[in-house]
Design a protein around this ligand. Structure first.
Ligand SMILES: NC(=O)c1ccc[n+]([C@@H]2O[C@H](COP(=O)([O-])OP(=O)(O)OC[C@H]3O[C@@H](n4cnc5c(N)ncnc54)[C@H](O)[C@@H]3O)[C@@H](O)[C@H]2O)c1
Length: 440
């Protein structure tokens, strides 16, 4: 099928590439000319495991191309996906400016001669956005243009996006139009996954409800972690015991610094605002946010208690990305933590396997901290080491070498990544989240 994706970011690029991989002919549109040029030069602007090879393969096969022209995209695609940002506004509600603009642009370029087109909203949007997109298209398109609007939320996880898209655990789309439903079924025919077809509003809600539930699981385990710390229990064991119940499951029960990234913080905020606008006060989710915010402060308090004064202290930080296997630093707790410590006068050296470039560009850290080339040079002379992102490289670090290089023996592990006994054996005083400190 001929597919157009408008917005070639994390979602648009990976989705478009995977559609090409299963045989569709895909045009990815972006209004960021620099990004499109990078892609035309055969490079990809983000780090996502396996993506670069797949982009090259499909570009060479002639199934994937990039352009800045929305007009070309609208002309060529029988199905047009919208994958532009939906950032939060000051009050937490979703800024739909980008969606509205793309809807107007699509309408402007549609002609009756093009025949029926399906416009698919893939961005995460508040319930009832589909209605607004439909109204906008109807208002601005020339008379006689035919189209249907569907909602197709995306569940990929950064860091494993290619695998998530090629082998999704479910495909959800919502449509109030039979013609659009049939076409969407054809788009997803090559994928082996359960497909749930709903009305537009339910599909839109599923995304916010799913992400908020995952965030809730994280905050829940972090709250239980506080009870563990107060009672001497070990959150890792508790999480294991809870997670063995297959009604609950072990995933997303990892105590730590809390959730960050481009989705959970904004989607929880959005769901609270959406509920409020519909007359429901979602207090439960407000608690989820509060617990998440407090995690960082509680962790900082542990650091303050041990280092006493942060002014002039040399602190090494492992991790800048919001999680492992990505270079994305949007809403990264690691970066917020660094800013907190900088505000108290600490001298920070940080290392991340993939996210130094993005941290310099988007993290407001360039010139304020030192970036190390590897995890061992990062800890040289440090008085404390902070583990802020759960990269496997950190879990496998040789702690004897780390101890030799450091100027003191404190580790604060914000992701419960290291083994407390190993850390103690190497002479560290080791603090983590929701489990007893060792080597104290
Ligand atoms: N990143 C994720 O893990 C993820 C997962 C599921 C859903 N989502 C949702 O998908 C949407 C996109 O997220 P993302 O992370 O890919 O964002 P992104 O910022 O990485 O990419 C968005 C792209 O859209 C482009 N763009 C903006 N306006 C445009 C226009 N008028 N015409 C053409 N291009 C335009 C931008 O230049 C950018 O490249 C959001 O609603 C997000 O909530 C994201």
């Amino acid at each position: 099928m001929k597919i157009t994706i408008i917005g070639t970011g994390y979602v648009g690029l990976t989705t478009g590439t995977c559609f090409a991989e299963v045989g569709h002919e895909v045009t990815c549109v972006d209004n960021n000319a620099e990004k499109v040029q990078t892609l035309l030069d055969g490079k990809i602007p983000i780090f996502e495991p396996g993506l670069e090879e797949l982009v090259k393969k499909n570009v060479n096969a002639g199934r994937l191309n990039f352009t800045t022209s929305t007009e070309d995209g609208v002309r060529s695609g029988e199905v047009i996906f919208i994958a532009v940002p939906t950032p939060p506004q000051e009050d937490g509600s979703v800024d739909l400016m980008y969606i509205e603009k793309v809807a107007r642009e699509i309408a402007q370029f549609l002609t009756p001669e093009m025949g029926y087109k399906v416009i698919v909203d893939k961005s995460t949007v508040p319930v009832k956005t589909g209605q607004k997109v439909e109204e906008t298209l109807a208002r601005y398109a020339k008379p006689g243009c035919e189209f249907g609007v569907t909602s197709n939320p995306e569940f990929l996880r950064e860091g494993s996006a290619v695998a998530d898209l090629l082998k999704p655990d479910r495909i959800v789309f919502g449509s109030n139009d039979e013609r659009a439903t049939t076409i969407m079924q054809k788009v997803y025919e090559p994928f082996v996954a359960p497909v749930l077809v709903t009305d537009v509003e339910s599909a839109e809600l599923i995304k916010h409800a799913a992400n908020s539930f995952l965030a809730l699981k994280i905050s829940y385990i972090n709250a239980v972690g506080r009870i563990c710390e107060a009672s001497g229990a070990d959150i890792e064991k508790v999480a294991e015991g809870i997670g063995m119940d297959d009604r609950i499951g072990r995933r997303f029960l990892n105590a730590g610094l809390g959730y960050g990234g481009s989705c959970f913080p904004k989607d929880v905020k959005a769901f609270i605002a959406i509920s409020e606008s519909l007359g429901y006060n979602f207090d439960l989710l407000k608690q989820v946010e509060e617990i998440n915010e407090d995690q960082r402060e509680l962790f900082l308090n542990k650091i303050r208690e041990k280092l006493w004064v942060l002014q002039e202290k040399k602190i090494a930080v492992w991790g800048l990305a919001f999680k492992q296997n990505t270079d994305d630093v949007r809403e990264s707790v690691a970066i917020k933590l660094i800013h907190d410590m900088l505000a108290e006068g600490a001298q920070i050296t940080a290392y991340d396997p993939e996210a130094i470039g993005t941290a310099k560009k988007f993290g407001d850290l360039d010139g304020k901290i030192t970036f190390a080339d590897d995890l061992y040079s990062c800890v040289e002379g440090a008085e404390a080491l902070i583990v802020a992102t759960e990269w496997p490289e950190f879990a496998n670090a040789d702690l004897a070498t780390v101890r030799e290089k450091m100027g003191a023996n404190l580790i604060f592990d914000g992701r419960n990544l290291l083994n407390p006994e190993t850390a103690e054996k190497q002479g560290f005083e080791y603090h983590s989240i929701g489990r007893p400190a060792t080597g104290v």
